[in-house]
Design a protein around this ligand. Sequence first.
Ligand SMILES: Cc1cc2nc3c(=O)[nH]c(=O)nc-3n(C[C@H](O)[C@H](O)[C@H](O)COP(=O)(O)OP(=O)(O)OC[C@H]3O[C@@H](n4cnc5c(N)ncnc54)[C@H](O)[C@@H]3O)c2cc1C
Length: 452
Amino acid sequence: MDTTEITKEGFDTPSVSHTALLVIGSGAAGMSAAVAARRAAEHSGKSCSITVLERNACPGTKIRISGGGKCNVTHRGTPAELLEKGYLRPNEKRFLRSALYSFANTDLLDLLRSRDVETEERADGKVFPLSGDASSVVVAFEELLRESSVRQLFSSRVRSVERQGTQFLVTTAAGASLTADVVILATGGVSWSRTGTTGDGLAIARALGHSIKDSSAALAPLYTIKPPPATLSGVALRSVALIATAGGRSVDRRGDLLFTHRGFSGPVALSLSRDIGEFATLFGSVSLFADLFPEQSAAELEEKFLFQARKSGAQMVRKFLQSCPIAPLREALALAPHGTIPTALLPFIMRHAALENDVTWSGLVREKRMSLLAVLKHLPLGSVREVPLDQGEVSAGGVSLAEVNPKTMQSSIVPKLFLCGELLDYAGEIGGFNLQAAFSTGWMAGTHAIDS
Ligand SMILES: Cc1cc2nc3c(=O)[nH]c(=O)nc-3n(C[C@H](O)[C@H](O)[C@H](O)COP(=O)(O)OP(=O)(O)OC[C@H]3O[C@@H](n4cnc5c(N)ncnc54)[C@H](O)[C@@H]3O)c2cc1C
């Protein structure tokens, strides 16, 4: 075999013709897998070569840009709490359970602390490096890999993996090849393709016999056919409900919503984007609405309006709406304060409800009141044009979870093949859940790869 090509592709690394364990991809899952593999080998007294092939010139490209460069590395809570909050689909929750219990957020934080990366918890449960620098997480893993004697070859893009007898034959895009006893595939998802995630691992897994669920957007912004008025771009609504309807079906979620120049973003839009993308595929057209008072029924809201009309008939309705909390008092006492309707949005609301801008409570006859209530509880936000896959913080879809053992991450189709990270058909919520899942599934794959 020609090992010189590997040397040429990599930096100043020596050539490799065979490795006991090969990890493909040096992101969160791949780095975690390699470190765990060395620890498992040491624990069982085995000496084995571990090699990582990464197509980029350096490891952890996506970690470096995560959390806006600050890296929301995980989330506060027990594994059960993380499973409940971070992974909404029951089959994905079930699949990730063992991995999140085996290598929990506390294990990840201990590992980082061992490399002097201290972290801080925010009020909303997100955990970040105290330094505010995502690259500190990558540097910590680079050090862990170095002390684990893991050989890393960069600028080495794997093109194919074939089973040959009891080994794997791995070929790079430059035509070099090496053999491996065990392979861990950790090539990530398909969004933000400029970071190196173009779906190579999915093609490799498919060629090895795995079923692949089509990739789709998740944690992505929503682009609408008619963008919101320019005056609303940048306006944020706190703790509203975003509702998507299509084909007689409807899905909704609570959270903060941001108007953008192309449509919508913010936590609630990102969180619902996966369902909306699926609706779009199934039904074509998806309509968006916001419930600006999700904590109150239309009847409760009407009661409030009638009370206000009796109390201050001369007050302009728009003035009242500007200062009326979106959530009722019991919510206002909660940790995160709830907002009011932003001033910039009021003309938009009044127009949709066909009300004069200066209408007062005493001028708000029943018909107008009903129209206002309907708009506040179901504000039309337009139809979705696109949920851009490449803009998603993660992509959904990937290697079928049914073909991977959730207790080891070993393939049930190909012996001695392990799969981990975003390559798998799961997608977590915003809040550090995706990095934690990648680190946890990677750790599990590395640990069990050594015993396989
Ligand atoms: C902008 C942005 C912000 C994010 N912020 C957060 C956040 O704050 N918190 C959070 O939890 N999650 C966040 N995520 C999601 C998180 O970064 C990913 O889910 C996670 O990094 C996935 O880890 P992974 O190891 O599975 O894949 P990746 O980190 O994508 O790593 C895969 C690696 O495989 C390499 N590779 C691919 N193909 C080949 C090949 N053929 N040969 C060799 N190498 C290959 C790639 O170059 C890449 O380095 C964010 C994502 C984005 C895009």
